[in-house]
Design a protein around this ligand. Structure first.
Ligand SMILES: [Zn+2]
Length: 320
């Protein structure tokens, strides 16, 4: 008999911030499966509360969520995280091999958080086993889970166990890796250490987009390299990104987010000065969310620019 339950079909969904609606005070105010809420918000169509219909201030929700759940919920929507739920029968004093890819985890996924929940009163607790070197950083996609007896018993032969796996796409993408690292540092309460990787994630995304625009305009590689060397990240962010957004009809970035992005860059620059103040949890939460919203904004603008460049190219082609 399989240890995996027939009703344990894996499912994926974006993980929404667990913050109350500002209007009706209900928790989890919007459906996280509904597209990309951050991009919808940045496009001017904020998700609405499923309880009362009020537009959700997603920026505020994400910043507050991260600040409130700072230690355990790094796989939240700001990171673009997804969740995989599966169930299996945990066997007493035996190992169960849980291959997450077989359970529906995409091949390019990077696991960032795992939570076990024993479902029944079997007094069995899931305990991960490892080889000579226990993993500390990268969580493997194949887990060896021992059904350990705990509590006073009686201990059942087997008991149902749920596993909640939080993951992000892009296991080898440097922007994703940097963002995951930034959230990991935040979760470990090393607020100063999340500044550089958060900056890098946005910087990589922005420069990659601008390189694509220049390629589409047939600018030779050497000129592209020289231009982006001169046009540093600070100028790319402000004002070039805003100008591009305006030209392709993407709403301007909300002032509070733009200011947080400037503060993120300044925090990075200030790291060279040891006497500068170390960011606290509240500040780091805002800077980290600014990186995420900034990345999503770049993706949004980049998509609109690509569409416009393709349409322009078609209109310039001579009639056949
Ligand atoms: Zn509401």
């Amino acid at each position: 008999m399989s240890d995996f339950l027939p009703n344990a079909e894996p499912r994926g969904f974006a993980v929404a911030p667990s913050v109350p609606c500002e209007s009706c005070n209900n928790f989890s105010p919007f459906d996280p499966t509904d597209g990309n809420p951050v991009q919808a918000y940045l496009s001017g169509s904020a998700p609405r509360c499923i309880h009362c219909g009020t537009p959700v201030d997603l920026w505020r929700a994400c910043v507050d969520h991260l600040e409130v759940f700072e230690s355990g919920m790094i796989g939240s929507l700001p990171l673009g995280a997804h969740n995989l739920l599966c169930q299996f029968q945990l066997r007493r004093d035996e190992l169960t091999v849980l291959d997450l890819h077989e359970r529906g985890l995409p091949k390019d996924a990077r696991v960032i958080h795992i939570n076990y929940t024993p479902q029944e009163q079997g007094w069995l607790f899931p305990t991960e086993c490892h080889g000579n070197v226990p993993y500390r950083q990268a969580i493997p996609s194949v887990l060896y889970i021992y059904g350990r007896r705990h509590g006073g018993g009686p201990h059942a032969e087997s008991a149902r166990c749920s596993v909640s796996v939080t993951w992000v796409r892009g296991s080898v993408d440097p922007a994703v890796s940097s963002l995951v690292a930034a959230f990991g540092e935040y979760a470990a309460e090393r607020y100063e250490s999340c500044i550089v990787p958060a900056n890098v994630a946005l910087e990589v995304t922005l420069e990659r987009s601008m390189t694509g625009w220049l390629e589409a305009l047939a600018v030779p590689k050497q000129r592209r390299v020289e231009l982006l060397r001169e046009l540093t990240y600070g100028f790319q962010l402000d004002p070039i990104l805003g100008i591009a957004a305006r030209l392709v009809g993407v709403p301007p970035l909300r002032q509070e987010i733009l200011e947080a992005l400037r503060a993120l860059k300044k925090a990075r620059d200030d790291l060279a000065h040891p006497r500068e103040r170390v960011p606290d949890a509240k500040t780091a939460s805002k800077l980290l969310c600014a990186a995420v919203f900034g990345i999503q904004y770049v993706v949004l603008v980049n998509s609109a620019v690509a569409d416009r460049l393709a349409a322009t190219q078609q209109s310039l082609e001579p009639p056949r």
